[in-house]
Design a protein around this ligand. Sequence first.
Ligand SMILES: *Cc1c(COP(=O)(O)O)cnc(C)c1O
Length: 397
Amino acid sequence: MKTQDYLDLENEYGAHNYKPLDVVLTRGEGVWVWDVDGKKYLDCLAAYSAVNQGHCHPEIMKTMMDQARKLTLTSRAFRNDQLGYFYKEICELTRSHKVLPMNSGAEAVETVIKAVRKWSYQVKGIPEDKAEIIVCANNFHGRTITIVGFSTDPTARSGFGPFTPGFKIIPFGDADALEAAITPNTAGFLVEPIQGEAGVIIPPDGYLKAAREICDRHNVVLILDEIQTGLGRTGRLLAEAHEGIEADLTLVGKALSGGFYPVSAVLSNKEVMDVLQPGEHGSTFGGNPLACAIARTAMRVLMEEKMIENADEMGNYFLAGLKKIQNPLVKEVRGRGLMIAMELVPEAGGARQFCYQLADRGILCKETHENTIRFAPPLVISKEDVDWALEQIDGIF
Ligand SMILES: *Cc1c(COP(=O)(O)O)cnc(C)c1O
């Protein structure tokens, strides 16, 4: 079958809830992927940062195969011999007290909302059903009804109401707006350290530090959604490290499995997580031995192979190279680590056509919103590969 045959199949039988580039991939290795026609591409999306460790990392693959032969799923009705190790290792790595494992990122977000609401009633003393959680405009936290209910993106939410109450939206990057929005019923503040899906929007320096201080002062729980920014993407293990703060609750997902399997987690201080009692929350697949084994190796190779240091170094190098590209169509280039965006002027006619031009030259990127191209390759990218990418990108501009 050729590319067009696969497109026809998908169009005939699949829901049309995505608009992918018409490239049909069949194989991946490190930063490279191949399509069904044999063309090779540098993957500059890395599955929205789920394959930070590179495609089909051999050690994660070996762990997956070995564990799949032994035991895959027990449900949490019984215990398994991977879960405890996973807990200990992720807590030590991220300096957390407690962890709750789920599968998708959206489930981690739902989990944190439940935990924070319950904490606010039991510990903070907010009257029952009055808890408010503050979120930011242009956020992306996933696709469930509750989560799209507090999105400001009309495409994400329109037609899906009625929505869950209890959320308040403030501008991103504005600490004064946070302070002003807090009431005695505010339980938590949920925010991305850098807004990924909004187009790699980096808040002003000091924003997270100010948010930390404001949350402390009002006994509001600070929740960082690091599902995209976490696990090395920005050149630090967690993006919170750029401001030297620690969240009360941190969400990780995506690269937690190196792209092999859906694994997410809520990392928490003890006080909040301890409000959840048996039976109050869970997931059939959450914390299963296959997921735990994969995540353990995915975290280990991230550290052992110094991928985070490489993300920092290659990110700076890539960003500097992109900034040298002189073209009136380029409005701004910004980034942190290997989370980089090139925003085009509206007159450029949209980023998508540039993504197709880059695909022709062997680079896979995806536009975010109309005018922004994101460059977020696996963290194992080499200097030679960045140089090659820069040549191609320079070529189309
Ligand atoms: C991808 C993402 C999510 C949702 O994760 P899913 O696994 O797709 O449910 C949540 N928050 C952020 C910041 C993300 O990038």
